[in-house]
Design a protein around this ligand. Structure first.
Ligand code: LMR
Length: 398
């Protein structure tokens, strides 16, 4: 039956982990996938999560959740994204559904577009997280890119981005990274977000925010949601994907939320019903455990405070690693500019290394990262940063 099935190419991000696992060198470093490590290089389960688990233990059965997931979870999630005072929430204009983390949310948005805006094209930033392309491709939605990153400055191509937003046909769909853009670590400033919002409003575009890192960029959940709040204040109807993989360390629990801000409660009710109609034949209903953890943490003031503290601790450690990496590179005499290492924000450093240099790092130094030169700073530690800098210096000075 399947003799003609060709081998699929390895995933550009998760495929790196496979290569890393096959390397037997004791000093190997996996800086591919975006997964937080402690300064000892270990995965972490947050204290707020452990405490939530204790409170949950023995208190719940394992029955199915409804198709839309845990209602309290969805309500707390949209408040976290849009703010406690959000008018759209008060007016019951937000349709929401629990999802299989960020990928699941994006896929639901893509399927929703395919079903209810079949002629639409999604505008995707160049570059973006590799999986975004797969998601909209498999949902049969046409995609095109808009300018975002300028390699010459290793910063935002703001003029290019505005021009592309302006020239897109009115009513286009734009995928935006709410904060900590993956892979570049380059975010617009608040002033730039305001301008982007104004131009998108003028054009009647639909903004869809992928927010995989709320709290993880700056350490402050409100600050990291500022783009969304600016758009809401400007009266946009918008969509949002939330993930608790990084900011609550719930990677493998696959817990997230997809929401759409609608024009009134009737529309929101119809939209929510259709989100469920898409989810049901795909995976029936979402997993229960992660949603209970998040609900317990966000629903309890004390645990929520603890979470804020812990998420800030993770963000601060990453920011510190950026400083150390830059200091080390400059300290060992690299004459290249490394200011972007500390200028960028979030889990990743878009280093500027070429695919060949990345290959050399893997082959000669046992250091693994994606071939676009993206370094997961969350995997760097004070014990390994020196070796990373030395290896980067070697491959860039040859
Ligand atoms: C990443 O970009 O490394 C993460 O979002 C993990 C993934 O699923 O690709």
């Amino acid at each position: 039956f399947w003799a003609k099935v060709p081998q699929a190419p390895k995933d550009p991000i998760l495929g790196i982990t496979e290569k890393f696992l096959a390397d037997e060198d004791p000093c190997k470093m996996n800086l591919g996938v975006g997964a937080y490590r402690t300064d000892q290089g270990k995965p972490v389960v947050l204290d707020c999560v452990r405490e939530a688990e204790k409170r949950i233990a023995g208190n719940f059965n394992m029955e199915y959740l409804p198709i839309g997931g845990l209602k309290e979870f969805n309500d707390l999630s949209v408040k976290l994204a849009y703010g406690d005072e959000c008018a759209a929430i008060a007016e019951a204009r937000v349709a929401s559904i629990q999802t299989l983390s960020g990928t699941g949310s994006c896929r639901l948005m893509a399927d929703f577009m395919h079903k209810f805006a079949p002629d639409a094209t999604v505008y995707i930033p160049s570059p973006t997280w590799a999986n975004h392309h797969n998601i909209w491709r498999d949902a049969n939605v046409a995609q095109t890119s808009f300018r975002y990153y300028k390699p010459s400055t290793r910063g935002l191509d703001f003029e290019g981005m505005i021009e592309d937003i302006q020239t897109a046909p009115s009513g286009s769909f734009f995928l935006l990274h709410a904060c900590a853009h993956n892979p570049t670590g380059v975010d617009p400033t608040s002033e730039q977000w305001s301008e982007i919002s104004a131009v998108m409003k003028e054009k009647g575009h639909f903004p869809f925010f992928d927010m995989a890192y709320q709290g993880f960029a700056s350490g402050d959940c409100v600050h990291d949601a500022r783009a969304i709040r600016i758009f809401l204040d400007d009266g946009h109807q918008l969509g949002c994907s939330q993930s608790y993989a990084k900011n609550m360390g719930l990677y493998g629990q696959r817990v997230g939320c997809f929401s759409i801000v609608c024009s009134d409660s009737e529309e929101a009710s119809a939209v929510e019903s259709q989100m469920k109609a898409i989810a049901r034949p795909m995976y029936s209903n979402p997993p229960v455990y992660g949603a209970r953890i998040v609900t317990t943490v966000l629903g309890d003031e004390e645990l929520k405070e603890l979470w804020y503290k812990e998420v800030k601790g993770m963000a601060d450690r990453i920011i510190h690693m950026r400083t150390l990496l830059r200091e080390n590179l400059e300290g060992i005499g690299s004459s290249l500019p490394w200011n972007h290492v500390t200028d960028q924000i979030g889990m990743f450093c878009f280093s500027g290394l070429t695919p060949e240099q990345v290959d050399e790092l893997a082959n000669d130094h046992h250091i693994y990262m994606t071939r676009n030169g993206r370094i997961s700073m969350a995997g760097v530690t004070s014990g390994t940063v020196g070796r990373l800098a030395e290896a980067m210096h070697k491959v860039t000075s040859g």
